[in-house]
Design a protein around this ligand. Structure first.
Ligand SMILES: O=[N+]([O-])c1ccc(O[C@@H]2O[C@@H](CO)[C@H](O)[C@H]2O)cc1
Length: 785
């Protein structure tokens, strides 16, 4: 469906006065199993689907499901977004008054920089609470197409801002915390909302040199898939996430929405994702793309049949609605597969309580007073503050800003409004810019920011008069960087350099010799070496897209009201990096025309490394206890009986962190495994645990507990197996190896396999027949194509 049609559908939906929920008390279904609260979600959903005609079933494959009036099933819009607050094309914010706004948190790239998983759960609880309140007012749905957890592999990616960063362990841990807050505990009688892990898999190109996301075929080795592209998705499965979204691109020749290997063999069979109440949606219009431009299927009918059979249960769009009737007529698909898809959808709606009366569940009582509360406003500011990263400081920070001071404020972002939010934002409670925040502090403010739209202008013509503001100020603050005019959905960056005239202006400020502080914004890192290397620039901060209270959060850090402790969630590469590797090269390890990707494999020198972040004080980390010197690989592996090797404990390491300075500060302990073991080349180091410590007072210590499992030690072989290898191991905090934590594993050079990876079928050609499709409720079917 073209964009304009989606907009039209959104318009109709927002205007439509639909019934909210099926009426299981008085409606036509009241005596059916679907309304029986003591029956299982599977039995309830099956009973409903059994009442549908084929036409009604086909209609229900669309994200804009029309419902079935004769059965009292209202329309349901599945497409809802919630990346950093409720949002999306079908969420209805009033023009004013109740439900006219909600809480807008920072973009995930900044939330990821906080390395504070408990805080992410708190954020997600606010989002799911606000979602429920909006849903009760018929303004949004109960499932949300968030999180975006494709790892931020290449700094050019226009949507890296939507992710927590580049490291797969970090993403996996973050997403587990997030899903817990969005959905609630697995044991809860009702899910808060359904979360959707997207985009499965290998999706991280928008439009780079004519390589469009709708068409791109990502060539990924099994080793890189298991090591890098899939762990965050596996973490979703273990978090019992309710939905997955397959992506626009193909992986190794097969469009993901039509790939039974990814959707069935990996997702449901190998990882064990629930087969009866968890569903896969396509990305929007991705099923159409299976036909064109992928040309995977020869006809439109074949494309919808291929996708449904492969395991895509819902179509964002109307392509299945339009073409399934002919696919059935041509015998390309049977009703068992369609029933399976619908049973998954409706079981999921049972789990959020769609069919049950408001008295049965707390979430149906939530109203406007649960939205944008004081506590959620404070949380939005806190998470931004926790994420901000201090990259450079000659001692000028923290700044005392009082009425005696005259502060010059410059840059495109100084008076930012919606820029603060980044993409996939709803309507926020307010938008507090750095200028607004500075004006609350009682100092004299000399503002000379760029005008909106100045990003593309390589001159300072559109800027307010700089010189008078410079001359009358004691300290100069520049707030700039990039925004969604440079990095966005559908558009990757062509350069990692600062845009427009920004560096010229920063140079002009620094030349005065007055304290000059630069705050850089945006999701993808920009090469800030000219700032890092300029001795006249006193300080540099990175603040991502900081959300509705971004300005106050920045000022909290600048003034020392909060101490900086965020860490970069992605590598800041030199701008030459992008001429050394094509964006379409998915390999992580260095090789021909590839200097390697991420902190693990990049063989050049980063401007600022992943995990980098300064404080207003000094920390040193150490451990008091050592480890046994030697372990046998075989016995470690054979003693590990848990379903997942990372549930088998190896060691719990207590790291003592001393604050050597005066200021209290948070500190993020990032624990890495280093050493020489397993296949070559070796990664420089691998993040395996982290913990944020809070308010460690000057002169005292905090303790971080890093829980190491066998998965912390495992490496991935070329076939994608997770293997425990003999060799030398060390534990590092940041780049500092802990002297007393070194050990060896002994055993056969081949190591011991902890998790055997299912290989893709040798023949993945489109003519393959007889794809295996697991049936629901224990039955299994092989569907002939
Ligand atoms: O036609 N449109 O209006 C439209 C808008 C956004 C869009 O992007 C896709 O939709 C999002 C659904 O969650 C996915 O994250 C993204 O890849 C795809 C299509």
């Amino acid at each position: 469906m073209p964009f304009s049609n989606h907009l039209f559908a959104a318009f109709c939906y927002v205007l439509g006065a639909y019934a909210l929920f099926p009426d299981c008390t008085n409606g036509p279904l009241k005596n059916e199993t679907i309304c029986n609260k003591s029956a299982s979600p599977l039995a309830r959903a099956k009973s409903l689907v059994a009442l549908y005609s084929l036409e009604e079933k086909i209609n229900a494959t669309s994200s804009g499901s029309p419902g079935v009036r004769r059965l009292g099933i209202p329309p349901y819009q599945w497409w809802n977004e919630g990346l950093h607050g409720i949002a999306g094309p079908y969420t209805n914010f009033s023009k004013q008054g109740d439900y006219s706004y909600s809480t807008s948190f920072p973009q995930p790239i900044l939330m990821g920089a906080a390395f504070d998983d408990a805080l992410i759960t708190e954020v997600a609880i606010v989002i799911s609470t606000e979602a429920r309140a909006f849903n009760n007012a018929n303004r949004t749905g109960l499932d949300f197409w968030t999180p975006n957890i494709n790892p931020f592999r290449d700094p050019r990616w226009g949507r890296g801002q939507e992710t927590p960063g580049e490291d797969p362990y970090h993403l996996s841990s973050y997403v587990q915390a997030l899903i817990k807050g969005l959905q609630g505990e697995s044991s809860d009688p009702y899910k808060r909302v359904v979360a959707t892990c997207k985009h499965f898999a290998g999706y991280d190109i928008e439009d780079w040199n004519g390589n469009l996301r709708y068409q791109f075929d990502a060539q990924i080795s099994q080793q890189d898939l298991v090591e890098y592209y899939l762990p965050s998705f596996e973490s979703c499965v273990r978090s019992n996430v309710g939905a997955f979204m397959c992506s626009y691109n193909a992986v190794n020749g097969v469009p993901t929405c039509a790939d039974p290997y990814l959707l069935q063999t990996v997702l449901r069979e190998h990882w064990g994702w629930n087969d009866t109440e968890q569903w896969v949606t396509s990305d929007c219009d991705a099923i159409q793309n299976v036909f064109l431009p992928h040309e995977w299927s020869d006809t439109r009918e074949q494309a919808v049949a291929d996708s449904l059979i492969a395991g895509t249960d819902l179509d964002c769009g109307t392509y299945m609605q339009s073409h399934l009737p002919d696919a059935f007529a041509q015998g390309l698909v049977n009703e068992t597969v369609l029933d399976q898809a619908l049973v998954r959808q409706y079981s999921s709606l049972v789990r959020v309580g769609w069919f049950d009366s408001p008295d049965d569940q707390p979430y149906r009582q939530l109203g406007w007073d649960a939205v944008a509360t004081n506590a959620s406003q404070q949380l939005a500011r806190k998470v931004a503050t926790e994420g901000i990263v201090l990259l450079k400081n000659d001692g000028v920070l923290p700044l005392v800003i009082d009425s005696s001071m005259s502060v010059g404020l410059f840059g495109d972002w100084a008076n930012a409004t919606t820029q603060l939010l980044g993409n996939y934002a709803g309507v926020s409670t307010y938008l507090h810019s750095p200028l607004w925040a500075l004006q609350q502090l009682n100092a004299t403010v000399n503002y000379a920011g760029g005008k909106p739209g100045g990003q593309g202008d390589p001159t300072t013509n559109s800027w307010l008069a700089l010189q008078p503001a410079i001359d009358t100020s004691d300290v100069l603050i520049y707030v700039g960087g990039i925004d969604n005019s440079v990095e966005e959905e559908g558009h990757d960056r062509g350069s990692l350099q600062w845009t427009g005239a920004q560096l010229d202006v920063i140079g002009q400020l620094a030349e005065t010799g007055k304290p000059t502080i630069v705050v850089t914004m945006g999701g993808g890192q920009i090469d800030s070496s000219p700032i890092a290397n300029n001795p006249n620039v006193s300080a540099l901060l990175w603040a991502g897209y900081p959300g509705q209270d971004g300005g106050p959060a920045i000022l909290d850090i600048l003034t020392g009201k909060a101490a900086p402790a965020g860490r970069l969630p992605q590598t800041q590469y030199p701008s030459s990096y992008i001429s050394e590797v094509s964006m379409t090269n998915m390999a992580l390890r260095p090789g021909k025309n590839n200097p390697g990707r991420t902190y693990k494999w990049f063989n050049g020198t980063a401007i600022y490394e992943f995990g980098y972040g300064l404080h207003y004080t000094n920390f040193s980390a150490n451990i008091t206890s050592g480890l046994e010197q030697s372990y046998a690989v075989e016995s470690l592996a054979s003693n590990c009986n848990a379903t997942y090797p990372d549930q088998c404990a190896f060691a719990s390491v207590e790291v003592t962190v001393l604050n050597d300075g005066n200021m209290p500060s948070d500190y993020v302990a990032l624990g890495y495994i280093g050493g020489t073991h397993g296949p070559v080349p070796q990664p420089k180091k691998t993040l395996i645990a982290y913990q944020r410590l809070f308010s460690v007072a000057g002169g005292s210590s905090g303790t971080a507990t890093l829980n190491l499992t066998l998965a912390s030690l495992a490496r991935v072989d070329e076939m994608g197996n997770k293997v425990l290898y003999p060799g030398d191991y060390s534990l590092l905090i940041d780049n500092q190896p802990l002297a007393s934590f070194k050990f060896t594993l002994t055993g056969n050079e081949a190591g011991a396999v902890l998790d055997k990876w299912p290989q893709p079928p040798a023949n993945r050609a489109k003519t393959t027949t007889g794809y295996y499709v697991a049936g629901y409720g224990g039955e299994q079917d092989t569907v002939e194509r």
